[in-house]
Design a binder for this molecule. Structure first.
Ligand code: CS2
Length: 479
C-alpha cells in the first residue's frame, strides 16, 4: 500500500499536533537564510507558536543557500513538516505550518523575496563559517570565494553578505523600509558581528549605502539553543506513525528550546514569546553562558568522545570517566561567567548533563567536531583567558584544546583515518605535514599556521606546557 505524502493538514490522522491556525491565511513577513534542521526545529517552531497565538503575516520564506533537495521535498509537502520531540518518556509530534515558501540557491528569487515590501525580518542560520566575515577585521573576508564572486557580480550575489547588502540597497533605492536582520548562529555578539560584515561589504559598493545601513538597519543579537541531530530513517518512520502520512522533511529534536533576543525590531516582529522566547535589552551574558558552558562542553566531549570511539553524545555521558570530564568542563566554564540574576549556573550545568544524556537523542560526536577552527575561539579560548585573569584552574580549557589538536592529526587511537571537516583543513594538514611528533611540536605548528589563538594564550607558558603535556599523554597512552 502506498502511503499518502503529507501535503495538507486535513490528511493528518495520527496523534501529532496540528497548527492551531490556518497557515494559508497568513502571508510571509520573514525571509530565513539557511533552511537546515536547526531552523526548522527552532525559529520555525517558535514562529508557529506565535502565529497560533497572535496571528499576523509572519510566515517564513525559507532559503536554502546550497542544497536543492530540502527545497524540493518541502515544496512537495506545501512546506508542512513534522517536528518530533524525543526524551526518555517517548516521542511527540507536531506539524509545523510556519514555512510559507521555499527557495533553493537562486539569487534572483532570493533577492526578490528580500525586496518584497512585506519582508520585515531576515533571520539567519548559516553556521559560523557561512558568513565569510574575517574575525580579526570584522569586515568581509576577501579571500572567501563567495565574497570575491559577489563583489564582482552585484547583480547575482549568492553569499549572505552580498545578498543582504544588495537587497538593502535595492530597498533603499525603492524607498522601502529596511528589514531587521536577526542572526541566529552560535557566535558572540552575533548582531554586531553581522552588522560589521554587511556594512563592510556595502562599503565596497557605495559608502553612502554603508552609512545608511549603519543608521537605519537593526541587527539585534540573539542566543539560540536546541540540540538538533540530523534526521534519520527512524525520524521518518516515527513521523509516519504520528501523522499517518509519509513525511520526507520530518526532523527531530529535544524538548528543551531557548531563544533570548535583543528587543530591537523597528518594523515589528512575531509574538515569539508565545513559543517561549525571552526578550531582553542585552543578550551578551546569555550568549557567554550558552557558548562557553553548553557549546564549550560539547566541543570538548565531541573530540574526546569521537577519538575514544563514542559515536553519540549519549554514549559519552554513559561512560563514567568521560561524564566526569564533562561535569568538570561545565563547572569550569560556568565559573568564568558574570552572574545573571535570572539563572543559577549550577542548575544550568545540571540540566545540561541531563540534556546531553537524553537517551532518545542520537547526536553524533563527529557532527559537533566539525569546523573546530570556527568554534574554539568563543567556546574555549575566551573562557580560558578569563580563567587565567582570575587565577582559576585552566586545565579543563587546556584539555579541550589538546583534544582538538589530537583530533587534527586525522587518525583515531586505532589508527583509523577520518576527514577533519574544517574550512581550514588544508592549513591544518600543511601545519602537520612535517610530522611533528611530540605535543609541543604539534601545538606549536598549529598555533603558527592558524590565526586563531589569542596572543595572551600563546604567550602563557603554563598554558603551553599543559596543552603539550596532555597531548603527549593522549598520544602515548591513547585518548
Ligand atoms: C553543537 C551545537 O554542533 C555543534 O557545534 O555544539 O550545534 C549545539 O548542539 C547547539 O548549539 C545547541 O543549541
Amino acid at each position: 500500500m502506498t502511503v499518502k505524502r503529507l501535503t495538507q493538514i486535513s490528511d493528518i490522522s495520527g496523534a501529532a499536533r496540528t497548527p492551531a491556525y490556518d497557515p494559508a491565511a497568513h502571508g510571509c513577513g520573514i525571509v530565513h537564510l539557511g533552511l537546515g534542521a536547526f531552523h526548522r526545529a527552532h525559529q520555525a517552531a517558535m514562529t508557529d507558536a506565535a502565529l497560533a497565538s497572535e496571528g499576523g503575516d509572519w510566515r517564513i520564506t525559507g532559503v536554502s543557500l546550497r542544497s536543492r533537495s530540502v527545497v524540493d521535498a518541502l515544496e512537495a509537502q506545501n512546506c508542512l513538516y513534522t517536528l518530533l520531540e524525543r526524551d526518555a518518556q517517548g516521542v511527540r509530534g507536531r506539524v509545523i505550518g510556519a514555512i510559507g515558501k521555499a527557495i533553493a540557491a537562486d539569487p534572483r528569487a532570493t533577492l526578490d523575496a528580500l525586496c518584497e515590501p512585506a519582508t520585515r525580518i531576515v533571520t539567519l542560520t548559516v553556521t559560523e563559517k557561512g558568513y565569510g566575515i574575517n574575525r580579526e577585521t570584522g569586515g568581509p573576508d576577501l579571500s572567501t570565494p563567495v565574497i570575491a564572486h559577489d563583489l564582482a557580480h552585484l547583480d547575482a550575489p549568492s553569499g549572505v553578505l552580498g545578498l543582504l547588502a544588495v537587497a538593502l540597497s535595492a530597498r533603499r533605492n525603492a524607498g522601502l523600509s529596511p528589514f531587521t536582520v536577526l542572526c541566529c548562529d552560535n557566535l558572540p555578539d552575533n548582531g554586531q558581528f553581522l552588522k560589521n560584515g554587511v556594512t563592510g561589504f556595502a562599503r565596497h559598493m557605495d559608502v553612502g549605502l554603508a552609512d545608511w545601513i549603519v543608521a537605519n538597519v537593526a541587527f539585534p543579537s540573539s542566543m539560540v539553543d536546541r540540540i538538533t541531530p540530523a534526521a534519520s530513517d527512524t525520524t521518518r518512520a516515527d513521523a509516519h506513525a504520528l501523522t499517518g502520512c509519509s513525511d520526507l522533511c520530518a526532523i527531530e529534536t529535544e524538548p528543551f528550546c531557548q531563544w533570548v533576543i535583543e528587543d530591537n525590531f523597528p518594523q515589528g516582529r512575531p509574538a515569539w514569546e508565545a513559543g517561549g522566547a525571552l526578550f531582553v535589552d542585552d543578550v551578551a551574558k546569555f550568549e557567554h553562558m550558552k557558548l562557553r558552558v553548553l557549546n564549550g562542553a560539547h566541543s570538548m566531549l565531541a573530540y574526546t568522545g569521537f577519538l575514544s570511539g563514542k559515536q553519540y553524545v549519549r554514549e559519552v555521558m554513559a561512560d563514567a570517566n568521560l561524564a566526569k570530564l564533562v561535569r568538570r568542563h561545565l563547572r569550569a566554564a560556568a565559573k568564568t561567567l558574570e552572574p545573571l540574576s535570572m539563572i543559577d549556573y549550577d542548575i544550568y550545568a545540571r540540566e545540561l548533563e541531563a540534556r546531553f544524556s537524553n537517551p532518545a537523542i542520537a547526536h553524533e560526536t563527529y557532527q559537533i567536531a566539525m569546523d573546530g577552527t570556527q568554534k574554539l575561539p568563543q567556546r574555549i579560548f575566551a573562557p580560558a583567558l578569563d580563567a587565567i585573569a582570575s587565577g582559576q584552574d585552566i586545565r579543563p580549557f587546556a584539555f579541550a584544546t589538546a583534544m582538538w589538536m589530537r583530533y587534527c592529526l586525522g587518525v583515531d587511537d586505532t589508527g583509523a583515518p577520518y576527514e577533519i571537516r574544517d574550512p581550514y583543513e588544508a592549513e591544518i594538514k600543511a601545519a602537520l605535514d612535517a610530522q611533528p611528533r611530540d605535543g609541543f611540536q604539534i601545538s606549536k605548528a598549529l598555533q603558527m599556521r592558524l590565526d586563531l589563538f589569542p596572543t595572551k594564550l600563546k604567550e602563557n607558558t603554563d598554558w603551553q606546557k599543559l596543552v603539550a603535556e596532555i597531548l603527549d599523554e593522549t598520544i602515548e597512552k591513547g585518548v
